[in-house]
Ligand binder design. Structure first.
Ligand code: G16
Length: 543
């Protein structure tokens, strides 16, 4: 087998965002784009010689072809071993687990997460480190530097391998092992949760519906919920992974999982509903007539995790991303454990998890997880909820009501303005940032600002400092708004406005969040001039 050096030019301006590099699929398919990025990852991480990698993706368009290319580059760069999910499939949590379990040096996960798939949609690649987690800021910077200095791609001249055939195959001196993508993950869930209790709950007549959104979790959910826990096969919706996710937007929230939401809010709702995203790391939890916000889900899990066998020892601490609501903070305070506030992005939890300072963490963007891996984990959250329901015998709605009565309720909503002109979005943020110091004491649409800042985070473990992580506005009466630009979009800018109102002693537990948050939304528009600057009178997506 020959190894060739292919001359190439540096990539400019391809700085990876919140989670790897996401681009239009056609960009990724353009000559040498993927090749450049993969070679830059290897160059930026000390080369591949003698190393072991995990490789797989969410099955979206270009997944299998990209895997063949990456294998040739790994072989060309002298990698020793690659573990690949059968059919090229691996959910992000399963990949994180495999990296840790096999002691691999890193992993390549092919996904643009919840972004749509297809030749005219999105593709992505993220590199995870030996701890199973997304590359840190420092490692990402090294990869970006390598991408700007790259001159050649080193590739093996080898034929495609059969990604469907389980077992070992060699590409030159490199061993490739094709494995069942589900088995190891299933064993991990068996260790953490009492699946017999969940099976008994289901055998007793408890009904559920899980929407895999035509993405990667279909086979995982079938193995866990149907085969292991005895749910009926029609408990699964959209459970066959498709390259274009059936034309849908595999983002588990009330907007994109509208069919499931409609069912759960209707007269024939099952007891429990859930969904996961493209690569299986996000989750949505919904009870009969009761949607659970990701922030509330994190708080409830933090309160009740000890009911699941993997968490009996209690929690070392918890963490949430800054825009996530403060609901979990009050649970942590009541338990007397630490609660960290990190920038958006799962990578910021890695050091806290690695040093044992936290057991659980989560984000408003539908990610929840624990120290079992170094990614958020959609089916983990589903099993955690089912385990809690099985042990307490309470419905999702009753669990949430009890939680709010104890801790108060953080009404929460995120408003997204999508595909905004990038320059307009940048000016909006820069202008507000420049006025932050003058805002406290001023009122907007009747609400008085009490504090305003630009969130910065100093990692308590490695000391790295991340600045400009979102503009925070606190208002009188326990309201908070955060404005930040998304790091995961692929066209224009997405402005995210996170709205939160704490009601410490809610009289009516079920007030509509939109009503509660309307004055805050008006105040944010007044202070930031969103409608004036963008010409949008309403957000594109409200979750
Ligand atoms: C990724 C990260 C998450 C983060 C989210 C934020 O999610 O893994 O930790 O919360 O991006 O997205 P944005 O910058 O658009 O607000 P995922 O599920 O897309 O990998």
């Amino acid at each position: 087998m020959q190894i060739r050096d292919i001359a190439t030019a540096p990539m400019r301006g391809q700085n990876a965002g919140t989670s790897g590099l996401r681009r239009k699929t056609r960009d990724y398919m353009a000559p040498l784009f993927l090749e450049n990025y993969v070679q830059a990852i290897l160059d930026g991480t000390g080369g591949a010689a003698g190393k072991t990698y995990v490789l797989g993706g969410d099955g979206r368009y270009f997944n299998a072809a990209a895997i063949q290319i990456i294998l040739r580059i790994l072989a060309g760069n002298g990698a020793d071993r690659v573990i690949v999910g059968q059919g090229g499939l691996l959910s992000t949590p399963a990949a994180s687990h495999l990296i840790r379990k096999t002691g691999a040096d890193g992993g390549f996960i092919l996904s643009a997460s919840h972004n749509p798939g297809g030749i005219d949609a999105d593709f992505g690649l993220k590199y995870n480190m030996a701890n199973g987690g997304p590359a840190t800021e420092t490692m990402t910077a090294a990869i970006v530097a390598a991408s700007e200095a790259i001159t050649r791609i080193r590739m093996a001249d080898s034929a495609d391998i059969d990604l469907d055939a389980l077992g070992a195959v060699a590409i030159g001196a490199m061993q490739v092992r094709i494995i069942d993508p589900v088995a190891d993950y299933l064993a991990l869930m068996e260790d953490l949760f009492d699946l017999d209790a969940i099976a008994a709950l289901i055998a007793g007549g408890f009904t559920l519906r899980f929407d895999a959104m035509h993405a990667v979790t279909g086979p995982y959910a079938r193995a866990l919920l149907v085969d292991r826990c005895g749910a009926s096969p029609d408990s699964l919706m959209n459970a066959t992974p498709l390259p274009d996710f059936g034309g849908g937007h595999p983002d588990p929230n009330p907007v994109w999982a509208a069919d499931l939401m409609g069912l759960m809010m209707g007269p024939d709702a099952p007891d429990f509903g859930a969904a996961s995203d493209g690569d299986g790391d996000r989750n949505m939890i919904v009870g009969r007539g009761c949607y659970v916000t990701p922030s509330d889900s994190l708080a409830l899990i933090a309160d009740r995790a000890e009911l699941a066998k993997g968490y009996r020892r209690g929690l070392a601490g918890v963490a949430r991303s800054m825009p996530t609501s403060g609901a979990v903070d009050r649970v942590a305070a009541a338990k007397g454990i630490a609660c960290f506030e990190t920038p958006t992005g799962w990578k910021f939890f890695g050091n806290l998890l690695d040093t044992g300072q936290i057991t659980l963490c989560g984000e408003e963007s539908a990610g929840t997880g624990s120290d079992h891996i170094r990614e958020k984990d959609g089916l983990w959250a589903v099993l955690m909820w089912l385990n809690i329901v099985a042990v307490t015998g309470q419905s999702v709605a009753d669990l949430m009501a009890a939680h709010w009565r104890t801790y108060g309720r953080n009404y929460y909503s995120r408003h997204d303005y999508e595909d905004v002109d990038s320059a307009v979005a940048a000016v909006l943020m820069a202008d507000l940032r420049g006025r932050l110091d003058s805002l406290p004491g001023q009122s907007f649409a009747g609400l008085r600002v009490t504090a305003a800042d630009d969130f910065a985070y100093a990692d308590p473990v490695d000391g790295s400092v991340s600045t400009s992580q979102g503009l925070r506005l606190h208002f009188a009466g326990g309201a908070r708004a955060v404005l930040r630009l998304s790091g995961t979009g692929t066209s224009g800018a997405t402005l995210r406005v996170y709205l939160e109102q704490l009601v410490a002693a809610p009289g009516d537990l079920h007030q509509d969040a939109g009503d509660v948050l309307a004055p805050l939304a008006a105040a944010v528009d007044a202070v930031a001039g969103i409608s004036g600057r963008t010409g949008r009178t309403a957000p594109d997506v409200k979750t």
